[in-house]
Design a protein around this ligand. Structure first.
Ligand code: G6Q
Length: 543
């Protein structure tokens, strides 16, 4: 049995689950009138109400005891010190340094990383101002009107999410597009109505070797050359790069003077606040970008300094562990009640699932407990008219986060009241349900009672903020980053590697020539893959 399962802290939680798991939120609230005002925590402008979770007042103490037993605080401190906690890649994990203020210093392997971070931020700010003011000119002397970020995974999901989330703060006379997929349609649609003379490409790739990004970048290069008369000097005016690979950038033909660097200690899915966020800065400007960094940093400090019992990311992470390991919940839903956050669940999917979708511990032993939950979600209220049915009355237990705001960015009539009433109504309905007695009292036909019964006792957490600002977004993202960290520490897994994405990449490299060769290739696959390749070749007129 694993160390985790054998630990006293884990066993205590198992018996606590057996004793309390049957309790209904209806009773827990009825017996404890101040539950809704006590089981809450607040920091960085985020109000975290976790009272509608299947816990008693004792549960948090037992979960934080588990965190201490697993040495989560020590591991957190080691991360902040720049130790190589990403053991399988032997790397420091220092996204927290990306948002440290200029006045701070963090020396890792003899280098002050905070100073380096601010050097890059200053160069990004300088460049952004030039583009935003029109001082930066394209090859024909026209200012830039369209900015296309080419990147995938961590070099795409954060930038897209942040652009969409902060659109209200963005320059509306600049158009932003994000090309990630190697499906040519992505590039085609992003440039269909664009003028190469007014288009700037940001090639965002930590490694500068990723198949999709390099393919799209070469297509973009050709598109610019074709559109601007073939003069190679246009590349310097229409391309910049965000990468750690200066050689690769130079090899592509981009002036390394137009390259914004970052560091190997920034994981792709933790990079939206590094130079990978250049498109965000171009959209909202350097000052707003700095506000976003302040929001991240405020949550970092809270995570580092606040006791575990009132620590938002710790509470969130421990509750996720509670459902995953003691209720066997396989998924976790996130429902932002803000249309601007419509890409937030997709962003979180990478953050959570690429980080904690692991089945071996740091020393390589196979786990005998569940790790990363499947994160999913959509903005409310849309989801209510779709899959919420299963969340309310299906057979699965789906813990859910509801995210809402006191104020709309675009107040229109009573839209915001209607929107937020649904946050409160849904969490109330999920917790308390509707009983047979209530239905009978309403005179519901007996035959329909089973169909109209809501068992309730479905756990939710509600995160409320005043309004969606760059700062709030930073704090919200950092909350989830550190929740992921907390979960990974309990499970003793490496939340910062991603070996699981490698195998498919390698196999695709082998299959590309088998699809493209003129002569029939020798195919050494299973019968299914061989036949699929054969049919594809045939459909494309290849033997
Ligand atoms: C993120 C992953 C992955 C990565 C992409 C893009 O944590 O490592 O999603 O971001 O594969 O990689 P490049 O930035 O190197 O192109």
């Amino acid at each position: 049995m694993s160390e985790l399962r054998e630990s006293e802290a884990f066993k205590t939680l198992e018996s606590h689950r057996a004793d309390t798991g049957g309790l209904h939120l209806r009773d827990l609230f009825a017996e404890d009138p101040s539950r809704g005002t006590d089981l809450v925590a607040e920091a960085c402008g985020l109000y975290f109400d976790y009272s509608k979770n299947r816990i008693t007042r004792e549960t948090i103490g037992l979960l934080t005891a588990l965190a201490r037993d697993r040495r989560m605080p020590e591991r957190r401190d080691a991360m902040f010190r720049g130790e190589h906690i990403n053991v399988s890649e032997d790397r420091a994990v220092l996204h927290v340094a990306l948002r440290m203020p200029r006045s701070r210093s963090l020396v890792v392997d003899g280098v002050d990383v905070v100073r380096e971070v601010h050097e890059v931020l200053d160069r990004m700010a300088d460049f952004s101002e030039k583009v935003r003011s029109g001082e930066w000119k394209g090859q024909t002397g026209k200012p830039i009107r369209r900015i296309v970020n080419i990147g995938i995974g961590g070099s795409d999901l954060g930038p897209v999410m942040a652009y969409e989330a902060l659109k209200d703060y963005s320059r509306r006379d600049l158009e932003f597009r994000f090309v990630s997929n190697v499906d040519g349609t992505d590039f085609y649609e992003a440039t269909l109505d664009a003028d190469p003379a007014e288009t700037l490409f940001i090639v965002s790739s930590k490694t500068f070797t990723t198949l999709e990004t390099m393919t799209n970048a070469h297509t973009a290069r050709q598109w610019v050359l074709d559109g601007l008369g073939g003069d190679e000097s246009a590349i310097a005016k229409h391309f910049v790069a965000v990468s750690t690979n200066a050689e690769g950038v130079a090899g592509f033909g981009i002036d390394t003077g137009n390259m914004f660097g970052f560091w190997e200690w920034v994981g792709g899915r933790y990079s939206m606040d590094s130079a990978i966020g250049l498109s965000t800065m171009l959209a909202i400007g350097p000052d707003r970008f700095a506000e976003m960094l302040d929001g991240f940093h405020a949550m970092d400090e809270h995570f580092l300094e606040t006791n575990l019992e009132t620590n938002l990311p710790v509470l969130h992470g421990l509750l996720t562990v509670w459902y995953r390991n003691f209720f066997e919940a396989e998924t976790h839903a996130v429902f932002p009640y803000s249309e601007y956050l419509h890409r937030f669940p997709a962003y979180l999917q990478q953050l959570t699932m690429e980080s904690n979708g692991k089945s071996v511990t740091l020393d390589g032993a196979r786990v005998d407990y569940g790790t990363g939950a499947i994160f999913w979600g959509e903005p409310g209220t849309n989801g209510q008219h779709s899959f919420y049915q299963l969340v309310h009355q299906g057979t699965e237990l789906i813990p859910a986060d509801f995210i809402g705001f006191n104020h709309a960015l675009n107040p229109l009539g009573n839209h915001q009241d209607l929107l937020v009433s649904n946050v409160f109504a849904q969490t109330e309905a999920l917790a308390f349900g509707k009983t047979v007695e209530q239905l009978r009292a309403e005179g519901v036909d007996e035959r329909l009672i089973p169909h109209k019964t809501f068992l309730g006792n479905r756990p939710t957490s509600t995160i409320m903020a005043d309004r969606l600002t760059p700062k709030t977004l930073g704090s919200l993202v950092a909350l989830y980053e550190h929740s992921v960290f907390t979960q990974g520490a309990i499970w003793n897994i490496d939340s910062f590697d991603q070996w699981g994405v490698e195998l498919g990449k390698a196999l695709a490299q082998a299959i590309i020539p088998e699809l493209e060769s003129e002569e029939p290739p020798p195919l050494d696959h299973d019968s299914s893959t061989t036949e699929l390749i054969r049919r594809y070749r045939e459909a494309n007129g290849r033997k």
